[in-house]
Write a protein that binds this ligand. Structure first.
Ligand SMILES: O=C(O)C1=C[C@@H](OP(=O)(O)O)[C@@H](O)[C@H](O)C1
Ligand SMILES: C=C(OP(=O)(O)O)C(=O)O
Length: 432
């Protein structure tokens, strides 16, 4: 457990935004299901991405990194795919990655073998019910531990009609979209409640198309999937991550001027909405080609609908705490089933720093102020809470002392290095 002291300082400068985690998971899986070799430029070996790589290796995919995997550098990798998954190892460790778990379960259920999924942290308690319902309908054997991990499955998915809710996690739909085209008959996914996190399904469909798959999307409510399709290998580079870029765009708004590069203005990432939200709140944000410039500005509270951009909520709560007036974050119930209960985590920790955040069952009400006080906080072992609290330090009067700061490795292993690169000052505290 790492404890650090962050001194209150404005950040400024230029930062290269790391590659999108969501797009990296998808590209790795599609390349892994293609016969032949794909070269994926720009992959960051974060904990979640390493979990997906290891999981794919368990299903017979070969992955070659140019350098050591744990040197944290962005690098190209070569994926030698298997056109159909084979169970090489019968245990898959998804670490703390919800995406890895939910994307890989349907692929494991193509092998017919008995496969055990394990994980760490809160992953074992994150919902899997939509898959259990499908297993029951299709007579796929499964055994859970109190509804969660370890989970053992054995059986083979069959083509047909898949009805599931669209508002628990879009990751179930993505997982099915990867597996169903490989079945020997046609399938349809029908959502029984409106889809939330819509942008993530667009990322899935776009990546599938890049790998030559054909899916018919009917208003994000019904997806028609032909069977007997084949993934075709593809080389390409992953674009920058708007969910990570959001931390630096808010930092630029609160402190010095920050230029964030590698952010595709045409990106399908749902979290690209951060640009519009910041502008609506009064932020001075401008984009030229792949670079977004955030200048210090006075912002004001608004109502933010988090249904399609849940990962932005922690950093938006920080911005709202330092904006004039009230901000309401609505439709954010699903934040309670992420790496931490993010509504509770961010409200508790920001309030410790002197903010005024009220937690509602499905959202937050935040009364902004000019500055925060500072103090001792914890990341709740959640990368997005750690990064959000780090940015809050910019406007604190006193240092922010944070325990479990290493949580950032889940998605952004060199976050603290980038924080210092922009002028941030961090000291490690002795835990003895
Ligand atoms: O598909 C993806 O890459 C993701 C989907 C979202 O989850 P939900 O669909 O559960 O909201 C998001 O929160 C997560 O960080 C990544
Ligand atoms: C929720 C997240 O990821 P996952 O669901 O893949 O664990 C996240 O990165 O914030």
């Amino acid at each position: 457990m790492k404890k650090i002291k962050i001194l209150p300082k404005a950040l400024a400068g230029t930062i290269a935004i790391p590659p999108s985690k969501s797009l990296s998971h998808r590209a790795l899986i599609c390349a892994g299901l293609s016969q032949g070799k794909s070269i994926l430029g720009n992959i960051l070996p974060s904990q979640d991405i390493l979990a997906t790589c290891k999981a794919l290796e368990s299903l017979g995919v070969k992955i070659d990194w140019e350098k050591e995997q744990n040197n944290k550098d962005i690098q190209p990798i070569t994926v030698k795919g298997q056109s159909y998954p084979r169970a090489i190892h019968k245990e898959i460790n998804c670490r703390e990655s919800g995406s890895t778990l939910r994307f890989l379960i349907p692929l494991a259920a193509l092998t017919g073998e008995k496969i055990r999924f394990i994980g760490q942290g809160k992953l074992g308690q994150r919902p899997l019910e939509p898959y259990y319902e499908i297993f029951q309908q299709q007579n796929i054997q499964y055994r859970t531990t109190q509804g969660g991990l370890p989970l053992t499955i054995q059986g083979t998915l069959q083509p047909g009609i898949y009805s599931l809710r669209g508002d628990i996690s879009s990751q179930f739909i993505t997982g099915l979209l990867f597996a169903l085209p490989l079945l020997d008959g046609d399938s349809t996914i029908i959502l029984t409640t409106p889809l939330e996190s819509k942008g993530y399904i667009d990322l899935t469909l776009d990546t599938l198309e890049k790998f030559s798959l054909d899916i018919e999307n009917q208003n994000h409510q019904k997806f028609i999937i032909k069977g007997n399709q084949q993934y075709k290998a593809k080389d390409y580079s992953i674009e920058g991550d708007f969910s990570q870029g959001a931390f630096w765009l808010v930092a630029g708004t609160l402190g010095g001027e920050i230029q964030s590069t590698h952010l595709n203005p045409q990106s399908l990432q749902g979290d690209r909405v951060i640009v519009n939200i910041l502008k609506q709140m009064g932020g001075d944000i401008s984009q030229r080609a792949q670079t977004i410039l955030a200048k210090p500005s006075l912002t004001k509270g608004i109502t933010i609908d988090a249904a399609h951009c849940p990962d932005l909520v922690p950093i938006l709560a920080v911005l709202a705490s330092l904006s004039q007036g009230n901000t309401r974050i609505i439709n954010a119930q699903r934040l309670r089933i992420k790496e931490s209960d993010r509504l509770k985590a961010i409200s508790t920790e920001l309030n410790k720093l002197g903010a005024q955040v009220e937690e509602l069952p499905d959202g937050l009400i935040i009364q902004g102020r000019e500055n925060l006080q500072g103090g001792e906080v914890d990341s709740w072992n959640d990368h997005r809470i750690a990064m959000a609290l780090a940015i809050a330090s910019i406007k604190c009067k006193e240092p922010v002392i944070m325990t479990n700061s290493e949580a950032v490795t889940k998605s952004y292993p060199y976050f603290w290095r980038d924080f210092e690169k922009l002028g941030g000052e961090i000291h490690e505290c002795n835990m003895g």
